[in-house]
Write a protein that binds this ligand. Structure first.
Ligand SMILES: [Zn+2]
Length: 138
C-alpha cells in the first residue's frame, strides 16, 4: 500500500535510526528539538484501529522503547508522544523530548514560541541513539 501524494510514502521522513518490516524510527532534523524522533509505519494506513491487534501492539512497544531511550540519553523534563496525521494521514508517532527551556514549553511544539533559546547541540547524538535503539530493539 502506497500513496503517491504522501510524504511518508515518498521519503524516510528523517534520518534513519532503525527499521524492521513494520515501521522505521527516524531522527527529525529540527534544530529547536534535539532528539525529536518519529516512529513511522512502513505502509500507508490512516488510523491505529486499521491495524491488526498484533501490529498495533508491536508498533506501540517500539514507540515506548524510543521514549525510554530518549529519556535515558537526554533526561528531558517531559516526553511528548503525539499522533495527529491531519495533514499526513499515514500512521506516525512523534516522540519529542521536551525541556523547560525549549522555545514552546509548556505549550505544544506546534504552538506559538514563548521564548528564544540557544539550541543545545549534542555531538554524536545520532550515533548514540542508533546504538541504544539497536540494543533496546533486539
Ligand atoms: Zn503514506
Amino acid at each position: 500500500m502506497m500513496n503517491h501524494g504522501c510524504v511518508f510514502c515518498n521519503s524516510l521522513g528523517g534520518e534513519l535510526l532503525w527499521q524492521n518490516d513494520l515501521c522505521r524510527i527516524v531522527l527529525v532534523d529540527d534544530p529547536n528539538y534535539v532528539g525529536f524522533c518519529r516512529v513511522i509505519l512502513n505502509k500507508h494506513v490512516k488510523e491505529m484501529t486499521d491495524l491488526s491487534d498484533a501490529e498495533r501492539l508491536h508498533l506501540m512497544q517500539i514507540t515506548f522503547k524510543v521514549e525510554q531511550v530518549l529519556r535515558d540519553v537526554l533526561q528531558p523534563t517531559k516526553i511528548n508522544l503525539a499522533s495527529l496525521g491531519n495533514k499526513t494521514p499515514h500512521i506516525h508517532w512523534h516522540v519529542i523530548p521536551r525541556f523547560e527551556t525549549d522555545i514552546h514549553f509548556p505549550e505544544t511544539i506546534w504552538s506559538v514560541e514563548v521564548r528564544q533559546t540557544n539550541k543545545p547541540n549534542i555531538v554524536g547524538l545520532f550515533a548514540i541513539l542508533k546504538t541504544k535503539l539497536a540494543e533496546a530493539l533486539v
